[in-house]
Every structure is written in structure tokens, then in C-alpha cells.
Ligand binder design. Structure first.
Ligand SMILES: C[S@@+](CC[C@H](N)C(=O)[O-])C[C@H]1O[C@@H](n2cnc3c(N)ncnc32)[C@H](O)[C@@H]1O
Length: 451
């Protein structure tokens, strides 16, 4: 039996003399029920392996430190990812692409926030145009947020031994921080937070999945974008572009010079939550109480705001169910060909309405009109969901031959795609109707039913 296997089974401490490249080993108990973490001193010699976690069943998962994209002339990012992610990135043979420039230079400044006690914030340095890219940044650091894919999906991460695994990952993150370049450390240390751990948890942006078997989120920390404070009625939207490995901030409305910029910290569904649900999430890990317009409401007004957001949530869930019931791969909705159009129209119930004259136009339009009214009252940002309803209103009004309304909703729909600076298929979809509503195949098909 080889020494490595004995070590795994018995949880023995490994001497530096036997394996000089191994510096630390954290295992307080000899029981082989616990995962063990080994941190490597010389990560270059170990192919970027910063740590190896050995699970109770003997499987080993590697945490790898790499610089990405592999491009010497661009700013690159220090990444701490699971071994599979690195392998998948290797396979992609990623061609480095430059970080795109913002729409116009000098669009923002950093200074004391308008919210008492919120520290610094980001401000519009000039009048900003709806949709424009205000800041485009490659992150200082990217870290896998969850456990390795080898951890069984049904494992309760709060209980032993997974709790121990989590603590071990935290130690690996600490070691990762030590491996940042001096410039990265300086930028990271200047961010809000009393220590590295707090700086990480209070400044990260969730950038979602990277390629590879690990299906969880990744956290990215930015020099400037991490300065943007939170509001439940945000005026900017963050877009992560994996191919360019950068994030961009887009204005979701015209923003006058000097205005503080706010984005929503919550997950995609955050805008649908009630006030107390939102406040709970912001307390941990961000540790503040939101004072935006919706969160400052009290009594009946606050209950009404909660009720409005709940209506939006139910509509979102119903929409998800309709997407799930669509024939063919759901990817058709994001494909770059006519599948987008057909999939979208089917989802919206457009085809069945346009052919069934027994269903009045008002029945088709009313739910989307109510949706639009609530979104305006709450001033919330649920771009993709709004896009669906505004497109529906555009389709409906074009079919009724109502040119002004069709153009209006086409423009509103296009505005829900802030990443249009990076090119978007959906933008093409909506712009056809915006520029030439008469080109729409069903233009005026039910023109006799004016509403
Ligand atoms: C990502 S940082 C934002 C930049 C930070 N204000 C700074 O000084 O660098 C997140 C932290 O900013 C503060 N913060 C963000 N939004 C806030 C808000 N709406 N009200 C109060 N504090 C806020 C909280 O301390 C939070 O943990």
C-alpha cells in the first residue's frame, strides 16, 4: 500500500521532510470520517494546486490558483477555482479579448455615499444615458463559492462533516489572499471591511457559473464596481460577460450628473421579495438596513408594496412554468436564430391569441398592463421579466395596428436589455418593431378591435 493511501485512511500528519512541498495540514481529529485539507507551499511546482481536500470516501478535490485570461498584456484575474473548472477553461482554449472601454470615458467618480454610515459610493460624473456602460472592469479576484462537485448533492452542508469542509475552504481562501500580487492586495485591502474575510463577503459580486462540472456560483471582487451601494430600486444594472471575463455597469434610466449609483445586491428574484425578506438578506452578510423608497414605507403603505411585489413574483413563477412546458429545449429562447422569436411568441401566448378572435384584445393586454403599472409604482428592476411583458404589449399593439403604442413598448422592451452595449439577440428582436412596426408579420391583423 502506498504512503498516500495510508495517510488518507489514518489522517496522519505528513512531515515536511517526506513531502517538502507541503506546508500545512489541518486535521484536528484522526477519524477518517472528516475531510482533510492540505495547503501546498509551492503552488507553481504543483501545477497551480493551492489545496487538496480529501473527502471521507478517499476522493480528492483540488483547489487551483490560476491567472485568467491567459494573457500577459491584459489585466488578468487571480482565480481560486475547482480543478474541473481549470480543466474546462483549458479545453476552451480561450482567446483573450480586451476589456471593452466604457461607452464614454470619465463617467463615474468614487466619494462619500449620500446614505449616512454607508461609507463610500459611486457617482455619475456626468449625465448618463440609459443603457450606457458606465464602468467595465476585470475583477481583482474570482473564487468558487461552493463545495466541490464530489460532495454529494444531498449532503447537508450545515452538519458534520460538511461543516468542517466549509471551514477548511475558508482557510484555503486565506492562503489564496496571500498569493495575490502586490497591486491586487493593495486594491483588495482598500475595499470596505475590517479584515480579509469581511472584505470578501461584503464586496463580492455573484457572477454565476464558469465552465466545468462545478455547477455553483463564483464570487468576483472589483476595485471600483465593488464600491457601488445597494438599493431595492437600483438605477444601474450589473452585467457579467464571461467571454470577456469582465463586468459592466449599465444605467437603467437616464441618470443626472452627481447622482449616486445603486445596484441590487440580491439574487435574481430579490426584487420580488417583501420588505422583511429583503432586509434579512441584506443583514447577512452585508450588515446594513436598506433605506430605499420601498424599504422606508411603513404600515399599510409597506404592506401594499409587499403585495405588489408578491403579484410580480407569482407572475414570474407562472412564466417559469410556461417556459418549462415549452416543447423542445428551453435554450430555444436564447438561441441566436428564429428560435428566439418563435419561442418568445409561443411563451407569450401570442400565437393562440392572434388566431382566436373569440378572445378579446383586452384579455391579452390586461395582465401585461397591470404588470407594467406595478413595476412603475415599485420602480423595481426585473429586466428579463419586464422584457417579456413589454414585448407582449408591443406584439399586441402591433397586431391591433396601433403604431404609437407598438413603438413605445418596443422601446421599453429594448431598454430592459442593459447589456446591449455588448450585443444582444433580443435587442435585434425588439428593434425591428421599434423602427418599422409595419414590417411586423401580423401588423394590423386585428386592427378592427381597437382598444
Ligand atoms: C460592496 S460594499 C459597497 C461600498 C462601500 N460602501 C464602501 O465604502 O466601499 C457593501 C457595504 O456598503 C454598505 N452599504 C451598501 N449599501 C448600503 C445601503 N443602502 N445602506 C447602508 N449601507 C450600505 C454596507 O456596509 C455594505 O456591507
Amino acid at each position: 500500500m502506498n504512503l498516500g493511501a495510508v495517510v488518507k485512511r489514518r489522517g496522519l500528519a505528513i512531515s515536511h521532510r517526506t513531502f517538502p512541498r507541503i506546508q500545512h495540514r489541518y486535521s484536528s481529529d484522526a477519524s477518517f470520517q472528516k475531510p482533510t485539507l492540505t495547503l501546498f507551499e509551492n503552488i507553481t511546482e504543483n501545477g497551480g494546486k493551492l489545496a487538496e481536500i480529501t473527502l471521507p470516501d478517499g476522493q480528492a478535490c483540488n483547489l487551483k490558483l490560476l491567472r485568467y485570461p491567459w494573457n500577459k498584456t491584459e489585466p488578468t484575474t487571480a482565480c481560486l477555482v475547482w480543478g474541473h473548472t481549470k480543466d474546462a477553461l483549458d479545453l476552451l482554449a480561450f482567446e483573450p479579448q480586451p476589456v471593452p472601454a466604457p461607452t464614454r470615458p470619465d463617467s463615474y467618480s468614487i466619494g462619500p455615499s449620500t446614505i449616512p454610515g454607508a461609507g463610500l459610493g459611486m457617482f455619475a460624473a456626468r449625465d448618463l444615458v440609459l443603457g450606457e456602460a458606465i464602468s467595465v472592469e476585470r475583477p481583482i479576484a474570482v473564487l468558487a463559492a461552493g463545495p466541490p462537485p464530489e460532495v454529494p448533492a444531498d449532503a447537508d452542508l450545515q452538519t458534520w462533516p460538511w461543516k468542517a469542509l466549509k471551514a477548511m475552504q475558508a482557510r484555503a481562501r486565506g492562503a489564496f489572499m496571500e498569493h495575490l500580487t502586490e497591486a491586487e492586495r493593495t486594491a483588495f485591502s482598500a475595499l470596505h471591511g475590517k479584515d480579509d474575510s469581511q472584505r470578501l463577503t461584503r464586496n463580492y459580486v455573484d457572477i454565476g457559473r464558469l465552465p466545468g462540472r462545478y455547477g455553483g456560483e463564483h464570487f468576483a471582487v472589483f476595485r471600483d464596481i465593488s464600491r457601488v451601494n445597494h438599493s431595492c430600486s437600483p438605477n444601474v444594472e450589473l452585467v457579467w460577460t464571461r467571454d470577456k471575463f469582465c463586468a459592466s455597469l449599465h444605467a437603467r434610466k437616464p441618470i443626472p450628473r452627481g447622482t449616486e449609483l445603486f445596484r441590487s445586491y440580491g439574487p435574481t428574484t430579490f426584487q420580488y421579495w417583501t420588505r422583511s425578506e429583503r432586509q434579512r438578506t441584506l443583514q447577512s452578510p452585508y450588515a446594513f438596513e436598506c433605506t430605499c423608497a420601498s424599504c422606508s414605507l411603513t404600515g399599510d403603505a409597506s404592506a401594499e408594496s409587499d403585495a405588489r411585489r408578491t403579484i410580480l413574483y407569482h407572475d414570474f413563477v407562472a412564466g417559469q412554468e410556461r417556459v418549462g412546458a415549452l416543447p423542445g429545449p428551453q435554450g430555444a429562447l436564447t438561441a441566436s436564430d428564429d428560435g428566439v422569436r418563435t419561442g418568445m411568441e409561443t411563451l407569450l401566448g401570442f400565437h393562440s391569441w392572434v388566431d382566436d378572435h373569440s378572445v378579446p384584445a383586452t384579455d391579452f393586454l390586461a395582465p401585461s398592463e397591470e404588470f407594467a403599472r406595478i413595476v412603475e409604482e415599485e420602480d423595481c428592476w426585473i429586466g428579463a421579466h419586464s422584457l417579456v411583458h413589454y414585448t407582449r404589449l408591443m406584439l399586441g399593439h402591433a397586431t391591433l395596428g396601433n403604431e404609437d403604442q407598438a413603438r413605445y413598448w418596443a422601446r421599453k422592451a429594448a431598454e430592459q436589455v442593459p447589456g446591449k452595449y455588448f450585443g444582444s439577440q433580443l435587442e435585434d428582436y425588439t428593434h425591428v418593431e421599434e423602427d418599422q412596426p409595419q414590417d411586423f408579420p401580423w401588423w394590423n391583423a386585428r386592427g378592427h378591435e381597437q382598444v
